[in-house]
Write a protein that binds this ligand. Structure first.
Ligand SMILES: [Zn+2]
Length: 410
């Protein structure tokens, strides 16, 4: 064996086991005799498949201290604030900022990410070029999927449709979308149609920002679900944010969730940003601005959550730690029962792997890629509660990071 992790408390299992790794794959689980080139004694610590962040904006990350603050706190102001900065983006500057966040995320136990890259007539193709350079440069640290994301809309920003095609030609992995940003809302449908057209031209999957607003009149999710079925894209479409689903009347929301399930759409909620950026026009009580997480889960929909933003115009905090995101998401979605907390843990592992369509090579089982995180915790709940040291992060069978904090009470 190249690596043996001894005395591992594997998430979801009882007792302690050894995990043997050969090359990049898990080769054996159980009691393993003999020596290995490398050995880690997990001493009963929690061992999980490495985390996955399925929704982040690496092109925008870490510009927060160089721009003016978001006074209204709204999504619209955030979008406008970054226009000047976006015009000046360079590939080198994106690689530097995103690279810092990727290293942090890796040390926090994440080895796979899906990032959006703005595609519009302001920044042109620089964000996509930057994040494709990031994907290449940091490939030993992080597996990255890049989404060509029309942040400013497609119809209201003429020229974007062709830029989207160019982004796909450059090597973007998925087609993004921002249908609710079109004006009037009725333009959301042609926006979605264009996204499917481009996706089909390139044989690509789709991951859209959908109804990221508290406005119950923003109703593109239902059409997206219908279009997904019509185009035979079941399982290949992801919808992020979908805040308006929470603002819909209950009976309409139920109908939409039924259609989402039928279309096998992967849903990503981003409570970290949306708790801060939604509900800004509400007087008390202020809505939480996140989607109907519990109802989606109860309907059997695949739901995960993302960091979304790290220190940008949309959200001033963020440390690229999925355990922090899990903690905030559990609060926001009121997932507090023991089984619900287990589900929260699954949302950043198994569920996110399903969204990224990497489940075949993901998890702790023989033959799967050895992407693992050893957490100094007794259980998933303990990990989410304390966000303790990720003692070891392993990617493709190699030890990628180690952490051990020193704390002393005198
Ligand atoms: Zn987003």
């Amino acid at each position: 064996m190249d690596l043996i992790i001894r005395n591992a408390h594997i998430v979801g299992e009882r007792g302690l086991k050894d995990i043997g790794v050969e090359g990049s794959k898990i080769a054996k689980i159980g009691k393993i005799a003999g020596k290995a080139h490398n050995a880690i004694d997990a001493k009963g610590m929690l061992v999980s498949p490495a985390f996955i962040d399925p929704h982040i904006h690496l092109d925008k990350c870490m510009i927060g201290d160089a721009i003016r603050p978001n006074v209204s706190g709204t999504l619209q102001e955030a979008i406008e604030i970054i226009w000047d900065t976006k015009r000046k983006y360079t590939v080198a500057d994106i690689v530097k900022r995103a690279g810092g966040v990727i290293k942090l995320a890796a040390m926090n136990g994440t080895t796979r990410m899906r990032t959006h890259a703005d595609v519009d007539t302001i920044g042109g193709l620089t964000p996509v070029k930057g994040l494709l350079a990031v994907k290449k440069k940091f490939k030993n640290i992080m597996d990255i999927q890049v989404v060509a994301f029309p942040q400013e809309g497609i119809l209201r920003d003429p020229g974007t449709e062709e830029l989207m095609r160019k982004a796909m030609e450059l090597g973007a992995d998925l087609v993004g979308g921002m249908p609710h940003h079109e004006r009037p809302y009725s333009e959301a449908r042609p926006h979605i149609d264009i996204c499917f057209k481009i996706a089909k031209e390139f044989g690509a999957d789709i991951d859209m920002h959908v109804d990221e607003t508290d406005d119950p009149a923003s109703r593109s999710l239902k059409y997206l679900a219908e279009k997904t079925v019509k185009e035979g894209y079941q399982g290949r479409v992801t919808a992020g944010h979908t805040c308006a689903l929470a603002a819909y009347p209950d009976d309409y929301a139920r109908e939409v969730i039924r259609k989402v399930k039928l279309a096998n759409i992967n849903m990503i909620t981003n409570p970290v940003t949306n708790l801060v950026i939604q509900g800004r026009e509400d007087k008390q009580p202020i809505r939480r601005g996140i989607t109907r997480v519990k109802e989606l889960l109860a309907a059997g929909v695949n739901v995960s959550f993302g960091q979304d933003c790290v220190n940008d115009a949309f959200y001033p905090f963020g440390k690229a730690d999925m355990l922090e995101v899990a903690n905030i998401s559990a609060h926001a979605a009121q997932l507090s029962m023991p089984d619900e907390i287990e589900t929260v843990f699954k949302m950043m592992t198994e569920n996110a792997a399903r969204t990224l369509r990497v489940l075949d090579d993901y998890g702790i089982a023989v033959g799967k890629r050895a992407d693992l995180v050893i957490i100094d915790a007794a259980s998933p709940k303990d990990a989410i509660r304390r966000q303790p040291d990720r003692r070891y992060v392993i990617k493709g069978g190699k030890i990628l990071a180690e952490s051990q904090s020193l704390r002393k009470l005198r």
